[in-house]
Design a protein around this ligand. Structure first.
Ligand code: RFL
Ligand code: PHB
Length: 389
């Protein structure tokens, strides 16, 4: 089999890239290790920057998002019994859109299926060959049968645990990593959100986040020990802990109910450089991870897709490799800024085990400064709504 772009991974990065390419007549094949139901069962991101919304529009996949997504003009930040609002609209003129990653992925799958684009599921033993030369190909197995896919380019969209990054020889790649000494315990519940806007709360018991998917579906997180046993976190224990960490008015207003999903995510900052090796291009979580505090993971994946899609288009339509040659540099320049913001917000809002009193005072001063300074708020809001591509 032959295609123009072999896309490894059918998560949001791979599917968005495939749809954008399809709209300008560039063929691709998506190879996904899991079933579609498994991919759609993962509850992840909820906050979309304008850049991602525009890419979804360009891919012809934004109709439902435009009907069902929620425009958010600000977020609340709570600490030490104080609370203030970051007013995105006033500070930046921009907003974010609340629409779940699950919904984005559902819409992308529907579009790919409607346009007859190829996706192979339950693909095993993917191996990328010849990426350093002119004739790359991918071998894999489905149901015990061996396959080979020849292509012009390989897009490595297979997430943090995929094979694409590891295909780049160790001597060529440099990995930068910071693992945080805590995780996030998240639950999804069919209850109305406690507030119309997201609440990021820094309390002496640790961080908490109140988020949502729609008027009847809430998403909440509390900072936890990454080694915690999920089984030991009953719904009741979760709600009790959340109430202790959020502002009193929110705790009083909180409507609780059974969780319909519950999971613990570790927190990590990670970047792989370069993001290109010959004809292999890494995109999204395959190349970098941010802790979820800034809501930047999916959004940074989207900016990679933008740079790669633009480069591929330039290559096929204008026979110009400039965009592909600049891909790694352009993508990384934006990635590092998102890494900085996510690291700063994480460091400011969480309790660290064994934290020195001095460091605690620094966090408090950071938040007090943010509360009192419009300039500081504008800088945070500019990052939160998303830096330009
Ligand atoms: P994904 O979503 O991991 O998809 C990769 C796909 O590749 C498949 N795969 C393979 N396929 C073939 N062969 C192999 N060898 C393969 N190995 C893996 C996998 O099955 C999978 O389907 O990466 P992608 O597409 O780059 O998308 C990245 C986003 O999923 C991720 O950055 C975000 O979810 C991060 N994130 C958030 N991002 C935001 O922008 N805003 C948020 O509000 C936000 N909240 C979150 C988050 C991530 C979280 N967790 C659980 C990590 C909240 C949480 C709790
Ligand atoms: C979510 O709704 O899942 C969410 C929102 C904001 C974040 C992280 C996760 O910073």
């Amino acid at each position: 089999m032959r295609t123009q772009v072999a896309i490894i991974g059918g998560g949001p990065s791979g599917l968005l890239l495939g749809q954008l390419l399809a709209r300008c007549g560039i063929e691709s094949v998506v190879l996904e290790r899991q079933t579609k139901a498994y991919v759609l069962g993962r509850i992840r991101a909820g906050v979309l920057e304008r850049g991602l919304v525009e890419l979804l529009r360009e891919a012809g996949c934004a109709a439902r998002l435009e009907r069902e997504g929620f425009v958010h003009d600000g977020v609340l930040i709570a600490y030490d019994n104080k609370q203030f609002r970051l007013d995105f609209k006033e500070l930046t003129g921009e907003h974010v859109t609340v629409y779940g990653q699950t919904e984005v992925t559902t819409d992308l799958y529907a579009a790919r299926e409607a346009s007859g684009g190829v996706i192979h599921y339950e693909v095993e033993d993917v191996v990328i060959e010849g990426a350093e030369g002119d004739a790359p190909f991918v071998t894999y197995r489905i149901g015990g049968k061996n396959h080979r896919l020849d292509c012009d380019f390989v897009a490595g969209c297979d997430g943090f645990h995929g094979v694409s990054r590891k295909t780049i020889p160790e001597a060529v790649r440099t990995e930068y990593e910071k693992v945080y000494p805590f995780g996030w315990l998240g639950i999804l519940s069919e209850t109305p959100p406690v507030d119309p806007e997201l609440i990021y709360a820094c309390s002496e018991r640790g961080f908490a986040l109140c988020s949502m998917r729609n008027e009847a579906l809430s998403r909440y997180y509390v900072q936890c020990d990454v080694a915690d046993d999920l089984e030991e976190w009953s719904d009741q224990a979760f709600w009790d802990e959340l109430r202790r960490r959020i502002p009193a008015a929110a705790a009083d207003a909180l409507v609780t109910g059974p969780s319909i999903e519950k999971s613990i995510a570790p927190l990590r900052s990670f970047v792989c450089e370069p993001m290109r090796w010959g004809r292999l291009f890494l995109c999204g979580d395959a190349a970098h991870i941010v802790p979820p505090t800034g809501a930047k993971g999916l959004n940074t994946a989207a900016s990679d897709v933008h740079y790669l899609y633009t480069g591929l288009r330039q290559f096929y339509e204008e026979k110009d490799a400039e965009g592909l040659d600049q891909y790694s540099e352009r993508a990384l320049a934006r990635v590092w800024k998102a890494e900085r913001f996510s690291w700063w917000f994480t460091s400011t809002m969480h309790r660290f085990p064994g934290q020195a009193d001095f460091d605690l005072k620094m966090q408090q001063a950071e938040l007090a400064f943010l509360r009192s300074s419009r300039d500081a708020q504008a800088a945070v809001a500019t990052n939160y709504v998303g830096l330009p591509y």
